[in-house]
Design a protein around this ligand. Structure first.
Ligand SMILES: [Zn+2]
Length: 409
């Protein structure tokens, strides 16, 4: 074991949240409670001029590092790793706080701590990820969700069309850039703490609704209601909440697809499980009454592209909050399709090649089929399947199954 692994690894708290959620205000509030403790802050901004860093400087941090010109979850990922490793290696700071850009995905930052690089090191060797904290502006979350319901389900992005053109794919594919609400959902799904901020600007009914939605998306995270970013630093920074398996797999859709959350099943084309209600909090609140249900639709027949995309365009059921999972198209049988629906917007992409196709073309040998693919294997189509999780309120599972089966080839 190397020295870096055994010596003090300062805890790192990552603040995420969409633009305007109140991350900087929360950060300043935390720093005001530093009381002489040595906390270092890394502030990320996609722009060259880092306004947030200027706001944070002098708010109580022992050191402020600005990371501009890119986003720490993707384009300047390496710079973040280097910065945090450097801050940690000096041993001068008791805690490191990272404020990400509004469009950053916490999963990408968590990756830095978990994934080993070419030298078999990860950021986790230098610093300890303490918590992924997502700040949510209650009102704008609801507004964005409502807007996404009204929006046309298909996002036709020119860039995606261009990419598909290069790959010789077809028109009529609901791909494109991630819509705002889906990004907000992603940020909420990969989090240890959800800070529902600006609660003074929303009604009790609205707060209960957002809380219900957040519970539906991420049943594991601790949910805190606050006003003007006022969080007690002891509560937020005082203990480690992040877990490499639990946090990363906290999203309800992941729990459902892994079979960690389901009951019942059956159905001609596969299992159609109706899961239990979300775990009831120690103090039952309104969110438990929203009747969140989740279903897995699984089938071992290919989908007809036109029918499936028409269904995504106009057949998404009322009350659907989230859908995610794999799909298999009859006219593109090699490629593994991945669907993501947040609110009323569907986004589909191809994320790889079905293992069965790789096996058939001789790219991999029988012995190289991964355990994950093997677990889903069924002859004659191998791992090719429809496996979609639907999460929502008042969903009619039977109707959902029937309409989807009508799209099968
Ligand atoms: Zn990013």
């Amino acid at each position: 074991m190397s020295d870096a692994v055994t010596k003090f690894r300062p805890p790192v708290t990552v603040l995420s949240g969409f633009l305007g959620a109140g991350k900087t205000t929360l950060l300043r509030h935390l720093l005001a409670q530093a009381e002489g403790r040595k906390w270092a802050v890394v502030v990320n901004d996609v722009a060259a001029i880092n306004v947030d860093a200027q706001l944070v400087a002098g708010a109580g941090a022992a050191r402020v590092v600005e990371l501009g010109n890119g986003c720490v979850c993707c384009s300047v990922k390496d710079s973040l790793a280097e910065t945090v490793a450097e801050l940690a290696a000096g041993g001068a700071y008791e805690h490191i706080l990272i404020e990400t850009t509004g469009v950053a995905e916490p999963r990408g930052v968590a990756d830095l701590f978990l994934r080993k690089n070419a030298f078999w090191r990860s950021l986790g060797d230098f610093a300890q990820l303490s918590a992924l904290v997502t700040v949510i502006d209650a009102r704008s979350f609801l507004d964005e969700q409502r807007r996404s319901r009204r929006a046309v389900a298909m996002d036709m992005e020119t860039e995606e069309r261009r990419k598909r053109g290069e790959k010789g794919e077809r028109e009529g594919f609901p791909g494109g850039r991630k819509p705002v609400f889906e990004l907000m959902v992603d940020q909420a799904e990969c989090a240890d703490v959800l800070v529902l901020n600006k609660c003074d600007l929303a009604s009790e009914a609205e707060l209960a609704e957002v809380a219900g939605v957040l519970r539906a998306l991420n049943p594991r995270a601790e949910l805190l209601r606050v006003e003007r970013g006022q969080v007690a630093s002891e509560w937020l920074l005082g203990r480690v909440r992040f877990d490499g398996v639990e946090t990363v797999g906290a999203a309800r859709w992941i729990r459902v697809i892994k079979g960690e959350e389901k009951s019942g099943g059956g159905g001609a084309a596969g299992r159609m499980a109706i899961t239990a209600r979300p775990a009831v909090a120690p103090h039952p609140r309104h969110e438990a009454d929203y009747g969140i249900t989740s279903f897995v639709w699984e089938a071992r027949r290919a989908l007809v592209r036109e029918k499936f995309f028409a269904w995504l365009d106009s057949g998404l059921p009322e009350g659907l909050l989230r859908a995610k999972g794999f799909f298999w198209l009859a006219d593109q049988p090699e490629d593994m399709g991945f669907l993501s629906v947040a609110g009323g917007r569907a986004r589909a992409e191809f994320v790889g090649t079905w293992v069965a196709a790789l096996r058939k073309s001789g790219v991999i040998a029988e012995a190289e089929i991964s355990g994950a693919a093997r677990a889903k294997w069924a002859e004659p189509h191998g791992d090719r399947r429809q496996e979609l999780v639907f999460i929502g309120t008042g969903l009619d599972a039977e109707k959902l199954r029937e309409t989807l089966e009508a799209c099968l080839a």
